[in-house]
Design a protein around this ligand. Structure first.
Ligand code: ADP
Ligand code: MG
Length: 254
């Protein structure tokens, strides 16, 4: 039996008269990587931040590890890992100093080097945040979610803007974190990423969940409707153009 670790029921969020989240319900199982997919403005970050206790909801029920968000948000905070905003990364502190600082916020003594090793940044321990590459910054940001040994971590578009190599590094890191039993909720715009990482995904559109299943099952469901991907077969490629124009193959020198 899979155990439900997050239960969201009829969640609504209005910003003034704007209805951003329209009564969504879903469960996240312990130990899974759960994806929230959807276009910009769908309501993904709003939903995540409500569960993370960072935003208030308009109505609905959120239970995290049997704790009711309405009753004990502080208890929820203690068992979840939230990505800290890059703006909080004081520019003149080293990575080790930053981790120790954040550990202080959780009232915890943290093994900073061990944490940096987990995200492959041990050799950068004395570097400043601003000196890191985009991929390293994101890995450091993921490390900050692990400071309080959480049961669940929340990653909002962790790979946006990264090059393919850095993206894949982050995928492996996320899989490693999950393999230790941590539940992961992630949002992404990349479908290849969701297919590779997520056990189940909810597709959100305009504040509503339009589908929720494993990537494999969602694809099978689509194929079962008779859908076929349009084939893009052209009768020539750019190399053919080149040969026609120059008379040479690309590989032979004249
Ligand atoms: P996503 O993360 O899926 O891109 P968001 O949850 O950030 O979507 O936003 C959902 C909708 O709510 C968007 O239309 C956005 O403009 C609106 N929204 C988000 N935050 C606020 C806010 N603080 N005040 C007013 N509207 C907001
Ligand atoms: Mg967002």
């Amino acid at each position: 039996m899979k155990k439900v670790i997050i239960s969201v029921q009829d969640l609504v969020k209005n910003y003034g008269s704007f209805n951003a989240v329209k009564g969504i319900s879903f469960d996240v199982y312990e130990g899974e990587i759960f994806g929230l997919l959807g276009p910009n403005g769908a309501g993904k970050s709003t939903t995540l931040e409500i569960i993370e206790t960072l935003r208030t909801k308009t109505s609905g029920k959120v239970i995290v590890h049997d704790i009711d968000l309405d009753k004990s948000p502080d208890k929820i905070k203690k068992i979840i890992g939230v990505q800290l905003q890059a703006s909080g990364f004081y520019p003149n502190l080293t990575l080790v100093e930053l981790i120790e600082l954040f550990g202080g916020l959780y009232n915890r003594k943290v093994d900073a080097m061990g944490l940096l090793e987990q995200v492959n940044l041990k050799d950068k321990s004395k570097s400043k945040f601003k000196e890191l590459s985009g991929g390293q910054k994101q890995r450091f940001s993921v490390a900050t979610t692990l400071i309080n040994d959480p049961l669940i971590i929340f990653l909002d578009e962790p790979t946006t803007g990264l090059d393919p190599q850095a993206r894949r590094n982050l995928w492996e890191l996320i899989k490693r974190i999950r393999s230790k039993g941590t539940t992961v909720i992630i949002t992404t715009h990349y479908m290849d990423e969701a297919e590779y990482l997520c056990d189940r995904v909810a597709i959100v559109d305009s504040g509503e969940i339009v589908a929720l299943d494993s990537p494999d099952q969602l694809i099978d469901n689509l194929v079962a409707t008779g859908f076929e991907r349009p084939k893009e077969v052209k009768k020539a490629n750019l190399e053919d153009v080149f040969i026609k124009l120059t008379g040479h193959s690309l590989k032979t020198e004249s």
